[in-house]
Design a protein around this ligand. Structure first.
Ligand SMILES: [Zn+2]
Length: 329
C-alpha cells in the first residue's frame, strides 16, 4: 500500500522491476511509478518465472500487481507485454497502448505469410530458413496479440498526444524503427523530466531495426529510425528509464550514439557490397554477423539495402528466383 504522506505531497517515485531474458543484455525492465494511482510502464517478459521476478521486485516497496491502477505499454514485443494479462487479472487497471497496434494485430495471417515469404525470399533467405521466417512471423503475431488483447485496452494512444495517466501527465513520442508502433513517454516528475523509453535510447547499444519484420514497410525501417531519433533529439530529458540496461542521464549522448550506429550500419552495408562477393541481404548479413542473431540481422540488412537503394547509392534487380541483388552505383 502507498504511504499516505507521500500521496498527499504528490510524490512520484520510480522503481525499476527486472526480468531475465535469453538475449543481450540479459534483462528487460518495467517501471513502477509509486504515486497516488500507481502506474506500470511496460509489463516484462512472458511466463511464470518473469511474473515471479516482477512480483519479487515490487514486494520490497510494499506493493503487488493488485495495486497497479494504470498500465502503459511502449510497443507490442513479447518482453514488454509479457505480464499484461496477469496485471489485468490482478488489478483491472486502465490499460494504454499505441493506437496503431490494434490494426497490426488485425493483420490477416495468410496475407502476412505471403508478404513475409516474398520479402524474405527477396533478401536471399532460402529453404527451411524461409519456412522458419514465415512461421515465426505468424507465431509472433499470434503470441503478441494474445499477450496484449485488444479488448483489454482502454486507451489507444495517438502519436504526439498529451494525456493524464492518473496524477502523471505524459506526452507520447512516436519512435518507429525498432518497432513501427513504438511510443516513448515523456513525463514531468516534478524535480526532473523523464522518458520511459522502451527500447529506444538504451544505455549501451542500439536496438535492432526490426520495425515491421519482413512485413509491409520493412523498406522504411532505417528512415523511420532516423525520424525517431530526430524527434527524440528535440526533447529535454533529465533521466531515461529504458527497457533494457539501467536508467541513465546521458539522453542526448545516447540519441547521438544511435544515430552514429545507424550511419555505421549503412556505411558497412555499402562497403560489404563493394568489397565482398555477395549481392543479397543474406550475403551481407553473413559478412556482418558475429554470434548475433542472423534472423534479425537479415531483416535489418535488407532494410539498410532498401534505404541505400532509395538514396540512389545502389541499384537493384530481382532475379528469376525472386531474389533482389544489389550493386553499388
Ligand atoms: Zn522491442
Amino acid at each position: 500500500m502507498n504511504d499516505r504522506g507521500e500521496q498527499m505531497q504528490g510524490s512520484k517515485t520510480v522503481h525499476r522491476l527486472e526480468c531475465n531474458v535469453d538475449w543481450p543484455p540479459g534483462n528487460v525492465a518495467a517501471y513502477f511509478v509509486d504515486c497516488a494511482e500507481p502506474i506500470l510502464f511496460d509489463a516484462g517478459m512472458a511466463g511464470e518465472t518473469a511474473r515471479e521476478e516482477l512480483t519479487d521486485d515490487l514486494a520490497p516497496h510494499g506493493h503487488e500487481f493488485a495495486d497497479i491502477e494504470h498500465l502503459v505499454v511502449t510497443h507490442p514485443h513479447t518482453d514488454h507485454i509479457g505480464q499484461v494479462q496477469a496485471v489485468v487479472d490482478a488489478a483491472d487497471p486502465e490499460l494504454y497502448a499505441p493506437a496503431s497496434v490494434r490494426g497490426r494485430f488485425e493483420r490477416d495471417p495468410k496475407s502476412l505469410e505471403t508478404t513475409v515469404r516474398t520479402n524474405a525470399q527477396a533478401a536471399g533467405v532460402q529453404g527451411e530458413y524461409l519456412d522458419d521466417a514465415v512461421e515465426m512471423s505468424v507465431e509472433s503475431l499470434e503470441r503478441d496479440s494474445s499477450l496484449l488483447p485488444s479488448e483489454a485496452v482502454d486507451h489507444w494512444l495517438g502519436r504526439g498526444e498529451t494525456i493524464d495517466v492518473g496524477p502523471l501527465t505524459i506526452e507520447t513520442v512516436h519512435t518507429p524503427g525498432h518497432q513501427a508502433d513504438h511510443l516513448c513517454y515523456l513525463a514531468d516528475l516534478g524535480d526532473e523530466r523523464v522518458l520511459f523509453s522502451g527500447d529506444m535510447a538504451l544505455g549501451t547499444f542500439r536496438p535492432v531495426a526490426m520495425h515491421t519484420g519482413f512485413d509491409e514497410g520493412y523498406e522504411d525501417a532505417i528512415g523511420a529510425f532516423y525520424t525517431a531519433l530526430d524527434r527524440l533529439a528535440e526533447r529535454d530529458v533529465d533521466r531515461v528509464f529504458t527497457g533494457h540496461d539501467a536508467p541513465h542521464t546521458a539522453f542526448a549522448d545516447r540519441v547521438e550514439h544511435d544515430r552514429e550506429s545507424l550511419n555505421r550500419l549503412l556505411g558497412r552495408t555499402r562497403e560489404a557490397l563493394e568489397t565482398g562477393s555477395g549481392s543479397t541481404a543474406v550475403d551481407i548479413a553473413f559478412q556482418r554477423s558475429g554470434d548475433r542473431n542472423m534472423e534479425y540481422l537479415v531483416i535489418e540488412t535488407a532494410s539498410a539495402l532498401a534505404h541505400l537503394d532509395g538514396e540512389g547509392v545502389l541499384t537493384s534487380e530481382t532475379d528469376e528466383h525472386g531474389v533482389r541483388r544489389y550493386e553499388v552505383v
